[in-house]
Design a binder for this molecule. Structure first.
Ligand SMILES: [Zn+2]
Ligand SMILES: [Zn+2]
Length: 268
């Protein structure tokens, strides 16, 4: 059984296809998916998915790309994270690609999330783009290692991966690793220790080959696992088992179906 460690099923392209998406997950042996929050205003929809479906989990956070939205406080994040279906804080982090002025509010918001994750004792989901140096610096300054977490949709260099691993973080690969031109990333995928590896879709974005360009969905996370197995020269079953075990170890508040019989896939 696979787990999609990061998707956005509340986004409009996917929200209208809930039953179909869950059916594709079951058909592809994707036993669970983590629905990641990007705005407090949208969080009730994310939480609703996790409340309706035992195979879906939720996180709470405000994405660094969202400039005009409710600003979170540590107290507010902790209160929302106390819900039993909320297993992580994020996504949070820094994105200087879309905000080339490297705004101060992104760093302040990132610090707030790290403090909330430590206070709530739930792991962090970190997004970083064109901001690796500041991301790692803030992780160190705010003691993010105490909460732990994942560098999601990883696209950075081997050096950044090694720095995140040294802080105890997991590295999650998306459909980007299946793209032919992602040569440097394919090399990074070979050096991440098996026990720190996660897979994700980031659906509706970044559909893996052979679905590239389409609206992505959690059932297709299998193609990310297949590419990792190929690159690392490991059996697919090993990648499947390790990434699922890693998911439930990191997001320890999620209760898995992963150790149950395959028949557990039916009946939801
Ligand atoms: Zn992201
Ligand atoms: Zn995301």
């Amino acid at each position: 059984m696979y787990v999609d460690s990061h998707c956005h099923l509340d986004f409009p392209d996917l929200a209208c296809r809930e039953d179909e998406i869950l059916a594709t997950m079951a058909a592809n042996r994707v036993g669970a998916a983590l629905c990641v929050g990007v705005k407090l205003e949208d969080f009730p929809r994310v939480r609703g998915l996790a409340e309706r479906h035992p195979r879906l989990w939720a996180s709470v956070g405000v994405h660094p790309d969202n400039a005009d939205c409710e600003e979170p406080t540590v107290e507010r994040l902790c209160a929302l994270a106390a819900h039993p279906r909320v297993v992580a804080i994020g996504e949070t982090g820094l994105d200087y690609h879309w905000h080339q002025d490297a705004p101060q509010w992104q760093r302040a918001r990132f610090r707030t999330h790290i403090r909330a994750a430590r206070a709530a004792a739930k792991p962090l989901i970190i997004h970083t783009r064109s901001a690796a140096e500041d991301t790692l610096r803030l992780m160190r300054e705010e003691h993010a290692a105490e909460a732990g977490g994942v560098m999601h949709c990883f696209t950075e260099s081997r050096e950044v991966a090694e720095a995140a691993l040294a802080l105890g973080f997991y590295i999650s690969f998306s459909g980007i690793v299946t793209f032919r031109n992602a040569k440097e990333l394919k090399e990074v995928a070979k050096i991440v220790p098996l026990e720190r590896l996660l897979i994700e879709t980031d659906a509706p974005y970044l559909a893996p080959v052979p679905h590239r360009g389409k609206t992505n969905e959690p059932g297709w996370v299998v193609h990310v696992a297949e590419e990792l197995a190929r690159l690392r020269g490991e059996p697919l079953e090993r990648i499947e088992q390790a990434t699922t075990d890693n998911f439930y170890r990191l997001f320890r508040h999620a209760q898995g179906f992963h150790s149950g019989p395959a028949s557990a896939l039916q009946g939801v």
